[in-house]
Design a protein. Sequence first.
Lengths: 253, 199
Amino acid sequence: MGKGAGQYGARGLYRDHAIVLRLHKLGEADRIITVLTKRHGKIRAVAKGVRKTSSRFGARLEPFSHIDVQLYLGRSLDVVSQVETLTHFGKNIMSDYAGYTAASVIAETAERLVDEEREPALRLYLLTVGALRSIAAGEHDPPLILDAYLLRAMATAGWEPALQACAVCGRDGAHRAFSVASGGCVCTGCRPPGSATPAPETLELMSALLHGSWNYADASVEKIRREASGLIAAHLQWHLERGLRSLPFVERP
Amino acid sequence: MYEGAVQDLIDELGLLPGIGPKSAQRIAFHVLGADSADVTRLAQTLQRVKEQVRFCRICFNVASEELCRVCRDARRNESVICVVEEPKDVIAIEKTREFRGKYHVLGGAINPLDGVGPDNLRIRELMQRLAEGTVTELIIATDPNTEGEATATYLALLVKPMGLTVSRLASGLPVGGDLEFADEVTLGRAFEGRRTLDV
Ligand SMILES: [Zn+2]
Ligand SMILES: [Zn+2]
């Protein structure tokens, strides 16, 4: 899909599937929404009157909503003209506090991984929809779903941590040391001072999460999960310029 | 950019919630054209509110004394606490005349994206009030949106071991809206039809 005018209809109208990442209050009753769309990448748009009780689409424009949205091109921000709900993820997510905190980190990560608005990000969109759907359905523990999402989202950005071959020389593993600055696992010859030495099961869990081996991941113990979460978070924050605000609030059992 | 004082005013106004650059400019020019007496009154009111109004020691509602009007009122039912996000929600609920208990103002809702976690709200203070043993029912009246619902979920889980009746305002309140925008009839009905939360 090109970025030319061809994808916009008369009066700049366009329509897409999207996940609502964030809402900001604007004035008395309006909101600015940030959505990740299937074909148009990240979009910031104005939704008018949504905080009023008479709003046509207030309930459909909540964080983590999966929507079919129609927008028109505005002077600075696009404007929401129609919203239909595709799936009610939000209802289940907000009644599960651990799920809510994990979903918040997913939304912030998706927003931060796309630098430019309208830059297509189909893989990230599909990953984000999949992760929120999995949380809403209660398929796995929310922190595990979050960590699987973060690993795969980093892979779409080209920052996938090395988990098997040495990140520096490529020698095949398994290796014991992990260095965020080097890009993941490192062999004894390449390990820089200050590398972490996680349990071998921790790196196996990260591999399982990256490749979707859920039987392995679901059976892991909390100590290993925590160590994996720590390495994943450190790896992510190394690549992002600023840390994620929502990450410290992730609720764990 | 405007000269000195005008730009300073635009900048200050622009820091207020919900005021964008255009609104800030419009308000600044309104102030420039207004009567001197009106502007003086506004400035004095702003100063007075910071000097005289404070937060209630018990419930964190706005108060002109150590305790707010509700906490001072001996006729209010001590055994029921209604938890709200902001002092303006207390005003909205008081207008319905449906509620005769006391309040607890959290100071917002849990919102990790904005860096607001449980420790940033007055949840510890709520737990201290509940630990005193007088309260038997907790009504959670956070906003009917994602953050408000998630906060209600968190609170319901937190107080579960205390064996209180925990209820949530009934549906009928528009999801995605703010409590302050709900009309009195709808809000009153939501109170009557509140449902018990089982977690
Ligand atoms: Zn090496
Ligand atoms: Zn009070």
